[in-house]
Write a protein that binds this ligand. Structure first.
Ligand code: SF4
Length: 672
C-alpha cells in the first residue's frame, strides 16, 4: 500500500483560495485537510471542501466521452472513444465554419476552476479559430469598476490588517458562507475590543458573528453611504488634513451632492431610522481604524457600479485610507504577478471578432443572427443553471440545430443538453497555477492522483482539438507545466521578494505589498478621486436599482453548502440544506395565507419556480430569499432560481443583476 500527503489548492470561485493537504492511498484521495502552513487557510476548510475526496471519487463522475442518444435535456447518452468525440466535434465545426464562418461558434466558460492555466485554456484556441468571443462578466465587474473609479489601481490592504481595526463593517457580504477565513482577522479584532457590524438585506449566517446587524432595502446601499457622509460632515467628523492632501473632489461632493441626503430622506430609502443613521455615522466617524469589507452581491444591481463607487468614497472622509487596519477591502488584484498575455494569446486572433455577453446567453442563443450561434462549447461552467433567465437559456440549449459540447465532471443541467459530453478532470488530477482575489497568495499545484477514468484537463483537450483542427502553432504542443514554467521564467516586479524555494516546493507564498501603498494612490491624479472627470457622472450620487412590479425583492443569495451550482452532486451537502427553500417574513407569509413548509411558487414575468417555504423573521418584509443554485434534477419543480432573474446588465461593465429582481409568491396548487 502506498500512502502520501501532498499539497494542492482549492480550485473554486472563492476569495480564500485555500491550501489543501491531500492524503493519497494507492492513487486515491482519501482525506483532504486545510494546510497549516498556508498563511490564510491556517488548517481549516469550509464544509464544502472538508470531504472533497467525495466529489473527486464520486460514483457520479463522468469517466468516458458520451454521445447524445435521446432528446436534448433528457440525459440519454452512450459512450464513445476520445478519437471519435474529437473527430465528431472537429467535423461539425469545420462544416459550420465553411457554411457560416467561425463566429457561429461560441465558447462559454467561467470560474469552475480558478487555476490560471486550466481556466483560460480555451482562449488561445478560440482566438485562433476566429470564434465569437465571450464577455465574461457574470461575477462582479461592476464592483471592480466602482473601486477603480475612485481608487484606480491602488492595491487593497492586506486582509489580515482587519485584526488592527476597532470598527469592522461587513457590508453586503455573508462571510460565513463566502469568505470564512477572513473572519479569523475579524475575530481577532473583536477580541481586542473592536465592534463588528453587518450591513445586508437580510440576516444571514454572518449576523451570528457580529455585534450589530443593519438591514437595508435592496439596492439602497449607495444612499446609505451618502447619508453617512452627510452626517460625518454635519457632525464635524471628517479628517480635513487627509482630505486636503490626498483626496480630489471632496468640496464638490460636499456642495453639490451631500445636501440632498439628510437622514430623513436616507431613512426612507434604506429603511433605517434617522436615529440609527446618526449613531452609525458617529461610531464610524469616531473610530480610529474603521475597516469596510465589501461583498460582491451589492454590485449585482442595475446601480451596482455606482453603489460601490459611493461606498468606496466613505473611508476617504475620515482619512481611513491613510492608516493600517482601516480603509476598504473589495478584493485583491494580483493580475500583474504573471504575464497572462502569454496564456490568453490574443495575437492568435486574425481580426476582432464578435463579442457575446455571457449574462445574455439566453438572448444570444435565441436571437442573434448573421451568423446565428450554431455551436456552443461549454467548459468550467453550467449556464443552464447559473445564467440568468433560465427559460430563455434552456430554450436556446434545446435547439436541434445547435451543436453543443460540454466538458464536465458531472452530468449537470447543461451537460444534459449536450450533443457530446467530454469527461473532465478535477483539480487534483491536473497541473495549475493559482492566485487569489481575497489574499495576496500564489501557489502552484501538480496532479496528486491520476485522472479518474478517461477524464482530461481543459488544457489537454484544447491541445487535442487544436491538432485536429490543423492549428500548427508550437503553443498548442506544450504541456500545462511547460506554460507554468515559462510564466515563472518571465520577470514580474510584483513577484519580487517572494520565497522562490517555497513556491517551487508547492507551498503558498505571499506577494509583498508596496510599502507606500497607503498614501500613493494609483489614480491619474495620485489622489483618491471622489471627483472623477472621466465619468459621465463626475461625482458619486444615488441611482435607484431596476426593481420591478412584483411585491417582493428576490435575494438570489449564496448558500453555505454549495458554490453557485458546484457541489450539487453531493447528497450529504444537499440534505443539510433541507430542500430548495424560499425564506419569507412571518407577516408576509400571513398576508399570503402561507405557512412554514408549504410548497409555493415564486413567479414574475420571466418564469415561475417551486420552493418549500421557510418562514423566518431573519428576512424583512418585502423581501424573499432563495439561497444557492440547485440542479434541476434536485429541484421541487421543473425550474431553479435563475428562471426568475433577468438578463439586464449593471450600470457599468456589463455585469449581472442577479439581486435586482422582484417576484410574487403563491401556494402551489396540487392536483388531487
Ligand atoms: S471554497 Fe473557499 S473556503 Fe472553502 S476550501 Fe475552497 S477556498 Fe477555502
Amino acid at each position: 500500500m502506498s500512502r502520501k500527503i501532498t499539497r494542492s489548492v482549492c480550485p473554486y470561485d472563492c476569495p480564500d483560495a485555500c491550501g489543501l493537504l491531500i492524503e493519497v492511498v494507492d492513487g486515491k484521495a482519501v482525506k483532504v485537510a486545510g494546510d497549516p502552513d498556508h498563511p490564510f487557510t491556517r488548517s481549516t476548510l469550509c464544509p464544502k471542501m472538508n470531504r472533497y475526496q467525495d466529489t473527486v471519487h464520486s460514483p457520479l463522475r463522468l469517466t468516458r466521452p458520451l454521445l447524445r442518444g435521446g432528446e436534448k435535456g433528457t440525459g440519454q447518452f452512450h459512450p464513445i472513444s476520445w478519437e471519435e468525440a474529437i473527430d465528431q466535434i472537429v467535423n461539425h465545426w469545420q462544416g459550420i465554419i465553411k457554411r457560416s464562418g467561425a463566429e457561429a461558434i461560441l465558447p462559454y466558460s467561467y470560474a469552475g476552476t480558478m487555476g490560471l492555466i486550466q481556466r483560460n485554456a480555451g482562449h488561445p484556441f478560440f482566438y485562433r479559430m476566429g470564434a465569437s468571443r465571450l464577455e465574461r462578466t457574470i461575477c462582479s465587474p461592476a464592483k471592480e469598476a466602482g473601486w477603480q473609479t475612485v481608487m484606480g489601481n491602488t492595491p487593497a490592504p492586506h486582509p489580515d490588517e482587519v485584526a488592527e481595526s476597532d470598527l469592522v463593517i461587513l457590508w453586503g457580504i455573508n462571510a460565513v458562507a463566502t469568505n470564512i477565513h477572513f473572519l479569523h482577522g475579524v475575530k481577532k479584532a473583536r477580541r481586542k475590543g473592536a465592534a463588528v457590524w453587518l450591513i445586508d438585506t437580510y440576516k444571514t449566517l454572518t449576523s451570528s458573528v457580529v455585534d450589530q446587524t443593519y438591514i437595508v432595502r435592496p439596492g439602497s446601499d449607495g444612499s446609505l453611504a451618502l447619508g453617512l457622509m452627510h452626517l460625518l460632515v454635519r457632525n464635524g467628523l471628517i479628517d480635513n488634513d487627509f482630505l486636503a492632501n490626498y483626496v480630489q473632489g471632496f468640496e464638490e461632493l460636499k456642495e453639490k451632492i451631500l445636501p440632498d441626503f439628510p437622514p430623513e430622506k436616507v431613512s426612507r430609502l434604506t429603511g433605517l431610522s434617522p436615529e440609527t443613521l446618526e449613531s452609525m455615522a458617529k461610531a464610524y466617524g469616531r473610530a480610529k481604524n474603521p475597516f469596510i469589507r465589501l461583498g460582491s452581491g451589492l454590485s449585482r444591481y442595475g446601480n451596482g457600479a455606482m453603489t460601490i463607487r459611493t461606498i468606496v468614497c466613505l473611508p476617504a472622509l475620515v482619512g481611513a485610507y491613510g492608516k493600517r487596519g482601516a480603509g476598504c477591502f473589495t478584493g485583491t488584484s494580483t493580475a500583474e504577478a504573471f504575464a497572462m498575455g502569454k496564456v490568453f494569446q490574443e495575437d492568435f486572433m486574425k481580426g476582432k471578432t464578435r463579442i457575446v455577453n455571457m449574462n445574455r446567453i439566453g438572448w444570444a442563443l435565441n436571437e442573434i443572427k448573421d451568423p446565428a450561434i450554431q455551436s456552443l462549447y461549454v467548459y468550467s461552467s453550467n449556464p443552464a443553471a447559473v445564467a440568468p433567465d433560465q427559460n430563455q437559456v434552456l430554450k436556446g440549449l434545446a435547439r436541434e440545430d445547435l451543436f453543443t459540447v460540454v466538458h464536465e465532471r458531472f452530468l449537470t443541467d447543461t451537460a444534459r443538453y449536450a450533443d457530446i459530453v467530454l469527461p473532465a478532470t478535477s483539480s487534483l488530477e491536473q497541473s495549475d497555477l493559482y492566485r487569489s482575489y481575497g489574499t495576496y497568495c500564489i501557489q502552484r499545484a501538480k496532479p496528486v492522483i491520476p485522472p479518474v477514468g478517461e477524464s482530461k484537463p481543459n488544457w489537454d483537450v484544447f491541445c487535442l482539438l487544436a491538432r485536429a483542427m490543423g492549428f500548427d502553432e508550437p503553443f498548442f504542443r506544450q504541456t500545462a507545466d511547460d506554460l507554468i514554467d515559462h510564466l515563472f521564467s518571465l520577470p514580474a516586479p510584483m513577484r519580487n521578494g517572494i520565497d522562490q524555494k517555497a513556491f517551487a516546493a508547492g507551498k503558498a507564498v505571499e506577494i509583498p505589498l508596496p510599502s507606500d501603498a497607503r498614501i500613493r494612490f494609483r489614480t491619474p491624479s495620485g489622489k483618491v478621486e471622489i471627483l472623477n472627470p472621466k465619468q459621465s457622472h463626475s461625482l458619486p450620487l444615488y441611482i435607484p436599482p431596476y426593481g420591478g412590479d412584483e411585491p417582493f425583492y428576490l435575494m438570489a443569495a449564496p448558500s453555505f453548502y454549495a458554490l453557485n451550482s458546484t457541489f450539487r452532486e453531493r447528497g450529504d451537502l444537499r440534505r443539510k440544506e433541507r430542500g430548495m427553500l424560499l425564506k419569507m417574513n412571518p407577516a408576509d407569509a400571513e398576508g399570503k395565507g402561507l405557512r412554514e413548509g408549504d410548497p409555493v411558487i415564486a413567479f414574475n414575468r420571466l418564469g415561475e419556480v417551486s420552493f418549500l417555504l421557510r418562514v423566518t423573521p431573519d428576512v424583512p418584509q418585502g423581501v424573499v430569499v432563495a439561497e444557492g443554485i440547485w440542479w434541476l434534477e434536485h429541484s421541487p419543480g421543473p425550474r431553479s432560481v435563475n428562471a426568475l432573474t433577468s438578463q439586464r446588465l449593471t450600470d457599468q461593465a456589463h455585469g449581472s443583476t442577479f439581486y435586482d429582481n422582484t417576484v410574487d409568491v403563491r401556494p402551489l396548487q396540487r392536483d388531487f
